[in-house]
Design a protein around this ligand. Structure first.
Ligand SMILES: NC(=O)c1ccc[n+]([C@@H]2O[C@H](COP(=O)([O-])OP(=O)(O)OC[C@H]3O[C@@H](n4cnc5c(N)ncnc54)[C@H](OP(=O)(O)O)[C@@H]3O)[C@@H](O)[C@H]2O)c1
Length: 291
C-alpha cells in the first residue's frame, strides 16, 4: 500500500512546540553504550532523545550531544523529574540539576515521571498534593522559559483529570506504555480531547513483541522488520515513539525516512491484526493504584 504523503515528522504540542515523532529511548543505557546510542541516533537523523534523572546517563548523553555537532536548537531533549524529586522546593532544583548534568541551558520537555512520590504509600493523599506542588514548579519554569514544554508520564485517567482541574498550564504531553497488547484507547482519547500529545513507551514490548508471530507475519507481508512494524503501528495511531537500543545497527532501522515514509503503510487488515493483540499486558510498572 502506498500513501500519498509521509507521516508527519513532528507532533505539534498545544503551545506550538514541535515534538519529533521518532526519538531514542535511553532507559538502561549507561556509560559508553549510552554515548554510542545517542551518537548513532543523531547521525541517523533522529532528533529526539528521551532521558530521565533516574536513568543516570546524563554525562554520556552530554558527551554525545557535543560530539555529534548537531546544533542545540535542532535536538529535542526530554527529561523527567523522579519520584524522589517531587514536591515544593524540589522540582526546580531537580530540573536545574538535570540541565547542569546535560550541559544544556534549557530543556525541550520536562515530565513528572510518575504520579507517585517516593516513600509515600500509594493510597496516601500526599501523592496528589505533592505532584500538584511539582506541577506548580514546572509551570513556573515553563513561564520563565527554562523549559519549552511540560507534561506528565504514567498518568492514568484519574491523574490527568485531577491535574486538568487545577493546572494553570495544561500538560502538553503524557508519556505512557502503548503497544498492540496495551493500546490504552480510553486514556489516549482523553488525551486527544484535551490536546495532550501521547508519547508511547515500550513500543517493542521490551524486545519481546519483536518475536510475536503476528508481528513477524505482518513484517514479512509488508517487507519491513518487526521493530519497524511496531513503531509504524504506534505512529499511525497518532503517538510519538521512543524505542531504545544501544546498538547502532538497530537504531539505523528507525531512521525517520524508514518509519515515516510514504512508500509503505500498515493497511486496514494489518492494523486490525495488530489491534487484535490487545490483552492489556504490561511490560513495565503499573501506576493504577496510586491515588
Ligand atoms: N516514562 C516511563 O516511565 C518510561 C518507562 C519505560 C520506558 N520509557 C522510555 O521509553 C524507552 C523505550 O522503552 P523500553 O526501553 O522500556 O523498551 P523498548 O523500546 O520496547 O525495548 C527496548 C529493548 O529492546 C531491545 N531491542 C531493540 N531493538 C531490537 C532488535 N532489533 N532486536 C532485538 N532486540 C531489540 C533493546 O536491547 P538493546 O539495547 O540491546 O538493543 C532493549 O532491551 C525507554 O528507553 C525510555 O526512554 C519511559
Amino acid at each position: 500500500m502506498t500513501l500519498s504523503k509521509p507521516l508527519p515528522r513532528t507532533i505539534t504540542l498545544h503551545n506550538g512546540v514541535e515534538l519529533p515523532a521518532v526519538g531514542l529511548g535511553t532507559f538502561r543505557a549507561q556509560g559508553d553504550d549510552a554515548r554510542t546510542a545517542v551518537l548513532a541516533a543523531l547521525r541517523s537523523g533522529l532528533r529526539h532523545i528521551d532521558t530521565a534523572s533516574i536513568y543516570k546517563n546524563e554525562a554520556p548523553i552530554r558527551q554525545a550531544l557535543a560530539e555529534s555537532g548537531v546544533p542545540r536548537e535542532d535536538v529535542f531533549v526530554t527529561s523527567k523529574v523522579s519520584p524522589y524529586e517531587q514536591g515544593a522546593g524540589r522540582a526546580r532544583t531537580a530540573v536545574e540539576g538535570i540541565m547542569e548534568r546535560l550541559g544544556l541551558q534549557y530543556l525541550d520537555l520536562v515530565l513528572i515521571h510518575w504520579p507517585g512520590v517516593s516513600r509515600v504509600a500509594p493510597d496516601s493523599p500526599l501523592n496528589a498534593q505533592m505532584r500538584l506542588e511539582t506541577w506548580r514548579e514546572l509551570e513556573q519554569l515553563y513561564g520563565q522559559g527554562v523549559v519549552r514544554a511540560i507534561g506528565v508520564s504514567n498518568y492514568e485517567e484519574s491523574h490527568v483529570r485531577q491535574l486538568l482541574d487545577k493546572a494553570e498550564v495544561k500538560p502538553m504531553v503524557n508519556q505512557f506504555e502503548v503497544h498492540p497488547r496495551r493500546q490504552r484507547r480510553e486514556l489516549r482519547r482523553l488525551c486527544g480531547r484535551e490536546g495532550i500529545a501521547v508519547v508511547a513507551y515500550t513500543s517493542l514490548g521490551s524486545s519481546e513483541l519483536l518475536s510475536h508471530p503476528v508481528v513477524q507475519q505482518v513484517a514479512a507481508e509488508v517487507g519491513r522488520t518487526p521493530a519497524q512494524v511496531l513503531l509504524r503501528w504506534g505512529l499511525q495511531e497518532g503517538c510519538a515513539v521512543i524505542p531504545k537500543s544501544v546498538r547502532p545497527e538497530r537504531i539505523s532501522e528507525w531512521r525517520e525516512e524508514l518509519l515515516l515514509g510514504a512508500d509503505w503503510a500498515l493497511g486496514g487488515s494489518h492494523m486490525a491484526a495488530l489491534g487484535a493483540l490487545e490483552d492489556g499486558h504490561k511490560y513495565c510498572w503499573d501506576p493504577e493504584g496510586i491515588v
